[in-house]
Design a protein around this ligand. Structure first.
Ligand code: ADP
Ligand code: MG
Length: 456
């Protein structure tokens, strides 16, 4: 038996004892890179996988190998990049070509793409925003803002349903100006972040700093303003922030999931500020726009998915671009796992789960249960306070999924997960999103988890 055959035999053995999802996530992409003096060196695709194998599956792996060849006494895990399809998509990641990587999961998590000063994520640009009849007006208004900062449409108020491109457009304004006019002071914040900073400032008696950070700007971008409903102190502070900026001809842009008049419990004086500039809505994208968005994504992955499949996806997911992208990613993940093209039939099967999703309600309890069982943990591990790495990650994933899939507020997620501070949840969601962005293996894992959520 040669060494790769040996590993395949061992994998066959391990497979019998762990779930298929776990196998696909952690073991499928491993291979033997060396065997010397009783030590097997296993190549693994990421340091995250490395830690999981070390912490959760080491015994099983060693056992299976030892049973096949008693000379094997030790197994070590090396983060390597082999020449498979995942590599192509890993564009920005630093190379770790077959050398041992010392970086831990934590190091990896700290490499955010998000700009520290402005909070902007550089991935949202005008260049990759597909224009259709649904967003034409909002796009034009956003562009006009970048060309007449503080002068033409102030404030600009963009509203529209979930997953239709509001955050994208809002951040595109910031990213364009950040590139073109380096001296501008720009800040992107969700309205929840505004509230948080305010609460912290009040607690820590740092109101002067708070005011400075929000009032000393050329451009303030506030996302999801609907969350200020009923928060009196936030509204008051926002009102003064607005007046200060506006009085200096500084630009403010808001987004919301509904028009100003439909946000409940907002002080009249603030509502009239929202309505005082330009209001632009984003509607549902038509078929052509949806297909164009998918084609763009497909280009980024060297046309992994065929056109008829893109058309099918565009057809069946009409009302949410985030879901459209999610469906695309799911199909792509399967294609990568298979390492060969996916057929339309397979696509239909893969998507049947999410297509029934809107009619399917899953409770936070179920989410916790399923994630916990995926990682072979106990519920108390996720609800508890232990800072062990192998518990923190799944806990953060649960938070992320409750936010992304169930659209729970940060506060209610915090409550459901053992009464934590909601800033922990915000932090977790950020970390997981950032990791998904830059780690294809991890992103694949999340995709699998989402599928598991909607499975019986
Ligand atoms: P919202 O803030 O309205 O809920 P987002 O801005 O987060 O939605 O958009 C959801 C996803 O869809 C993002 O990944 C975004 O990049 C993508 N998206 C939305 N609209 C477009 C578009 N017109 N062109 C390209 N991508 C888009
Ligand atoms: Mg948004």
């Amino acid at each position: 038996m040669d060494i790769q055959e040996l590993w395949e035999a061992a994998l066959g053995e391990i497979k019998l004892n762990i779930s298929k999802a776990n196998y696909l996530t952690w073991l499928k992409d491993t291979f033997i890179v060396g065997f010397k003096e009783g030590t097997i060196s296993l190549g693994v695709p990421s340091s995250f996988t490395k830690e999981w194998l070390e912490n959760k599956y080491h015994k099983q792996i060693l056992h299976a190998l030892y049973n096949l060849d008693p000379k094997i006494k030790k197994v070590e895990y090396l983060v390597t990049t082999n020449g498979d399809s995942i590599k192509k998509i890993e564009t920005k990641k630093t190379k770790r070509s077959s050398s041992v990587s010392k970086s831990s999961v934590l190091d990896e998590q700290l490499e955010f793409n998000i700009d520290f000063n402005t909070n902007l994520n550089p991935k949202y640009t005008f260049e990759n925003f597909v224009i259709g009849t649904n967003n034409e007006l909002a796009n034009a208004a956003a562009l006009a803002v970048t060309e007449n900062l503080g002068e033409k449409y102030n404030p600009l108020f963009i509203y529209g349903g979930v997953g239709l491109g509001k955050t994208h457009l809002l951040q595109a304004i910031g990213n364009k100006l950040r590139k073109e006019k380096k001296k501008l002071k720009i800040l992107y914040a969700s309205s929840e972040k505004f509230t948080d900073d305010l609460v912290n400032a009040i607690r820590g008696q740092k109101m002067t700093e708070f005011k400075k950070s929000f009032r000393n700007l050329d451009l303030l971008l506030i996302d999801d303003i609907q969350f200020i409903a009923g928060k009196d102190k936030t509204q008051e502070e926002l009102f003064h922030t607005f007046n200060t900026l506006y009085g200096k001809n500084k630009q403010i842009v808001f987004t919301s999931d509904r028009p100003p008049k439909s946000i409940p419990s907002v002080e009249e004086r603030l509502r009239s500020r929202f309505e005082g500039g330009m209001i632009a809505d984003i509607g549902y994208p038509d078929f052509e726009t949806r297909l164009a968005i998918l084609k763009n994504k497909n280009q980024d992955v060297s046309h992994l998915i065929s056109d008829d499949i893109l058309k099918y996806i565009a057809e069946v997911i009409p009302r949410n671009i985030r879901e459209l992208e999610g469906a695309f990613n799911r199909v792509m993940a399967h294609a990568r796992l298979k390492n060969s093209p996916i057929s339309l039939e397979e696509t239909k099967k893969i998507l049947s789960l999410i297509l029934n999703k809107s009619s399917k309600y899953i409770s936070p309890k179920e989410v916790i249960k399923k994630i916990v069982s995926f990682y072979d943990l106990a519920e108390s591990d996720v609800l508890g306070r232990s800072r062990k790495k192998e518990l923190v990650k799944p806990r953060q994933i649960v938070m992320y999924l409750l936010r992304e899939e169930l659209q729970y507020s940060y506060t209610s997620i915090a409550e459901k997960l053992g009464n934590r501070d909601h800033t922990t949840v915000i932090h977790a969601c950020k970390k997981i999103s950032a990791e998904i962005e830059k780690n294809p293996v991890f992103s694949q894992e999340i995709t699998i988890l989402k599928e598991i959520l909607y499975n019986k």
